[in-house]
Design a protein. Sequence first.
Length: 565
Amino acid sequence: MVDEKDESTQGGAEVVHHPTVRWPMLAASGTAAGIVLLDERYRILWANERFGVLSGWPLDDVVGYAGKELVYRQALKPSWFTTELRAGAWQHVQLGDGEAESVRGVLMAETHLASRRDEAAILWTFVDLRDEAPHRFHASLDGMVSIWVFEDRLQHGLARAARRDRQVGLLLFRLDDREALGERFAGTCLEGLQQQVGRRLVQTLDVEDSLTRLGQDHWGVLIEQPVSPEDLQMVALSCQEAMEAPFRTASTAPLLTLSVGIAVYPQDGDTSELLIKSAETALSRAPPASHAFFDPSLEAILAQRLALREFVQGALLQPALHFRIVYQPRLDIHDSRCRDVEAQLRLRHPEWGELLPSDFLPVVAEMGQAAWLDQWAIERVAAQRAAWQDMGGELATLGVSLDVDATTLDQAVAGRRPLDVMLRRLSMDLSWLCLELEERAFIAQAAEHTHLFRRLTALGVRLAVSHAGQEPVDIMRLAGLPASRVTFGSRVAAAIHRDDTSAARGLEALARCLETLQLEGVVTGVTSEVQWQVAGCLAAGLAQGDGLCEPLEAEALAAWLAARA
């Protein structure tokens, strides 16, 4: 018990004569929050009137009382929600003796104060959950959210994801070698290290992510924005990399590592309870300083994607050894003559064989190398076109179309060299070249790159909208683009059947619109006679697909044209 007391009570219990106790009399006696000061052994030194109201205890009785006997952590069902009181975060607790009917649920925060022996060392703050705006107190003192808020956000996050048909990620972090660390460091030192771990996680994660501390050596993070397994893997790797620098203690600089378990909603659990169990299972399988998904197949898929990324990165250093260009003919819908070819990239892999653009171009774009690869492809195609020109014949009359990424138009990305400047250096007539941009990218770039489009047109380069028809065609936007051609994706051809009269009428209406706008149509993905007729109904100028001719090497294309002649 405390020896020296003041006979007066000033808005609270009897006040002990310590410098760190006198300020609550003035600052906290009238606040709406319950305030309690305790010594380092958690004996109550002082409490304000609000705490007496919240707890139902007479203030004269609580001074000298063991504070932890008045506070009960509410038990939550998930096993990874700690039942221990800890410093820093707001927690959901109950005040009372554990048996009385008047036990009240409140939010509590514990703050450790710098103090000398027998002075106030701990500050408890209590907020009534029935206050009008308790959410103001839910923010953590260390940048995390409280466990109570985290549980609430998890439930609401899953509900939002269900409505929007999105995925949600739940990651559980575990401090490796916890027992060895406990033997090496004292309790206060170990707690300081874990607080440093929490701060590094806060600094690594996005502000939209919900991070909480789940116990002495566990943390959890909820990621609600649209996510993919790759995104969650990158989060896990980033958080583990954040642990690589040594941590600070009074005498040593230890290295700490984290293990991570990852669960994805809805495939790994469509309720918060199931998702938590899945994340726990994944964490139990995670090796030290590594991560694991609940679904092991995801790990194999992501490992393969990582291997692909590393291979693509090496291939970009020597593109001539790994990439090749093939040409797929486009036939005139009226006389079946080949008037144009589409140049397509292929990537040779020693184990997986030849990869299509859809396999590797997204990886190239993620690496920020799409513009560079497009310029390399344009230069190779230009060299091939010059060779055909020297050969003469039908090859010399073919136009060549090339699908390019939107970043190719950005001077800051494409080696700080405008696209038209690069094309002028080819020193050749460019009326044969058609650059195709995906519909949404073309629309987005039209306003920003108006002058570039004019310079390209002045060089004779044609511009086309590619992959139209994936979404409803916006005729008004098409009319405002500097394009002379519209390429329809394979979905348009695949969705049409001979007896689909409503689709036929829609195609006829679209054909009239294209004719009015003086836009040439190209139907891709033609694999059958029915789809060839669809191209005719669309009044398209050209049709393309494996049913007409597969992509060919330059030499094979020459032989194919000779055979047709």
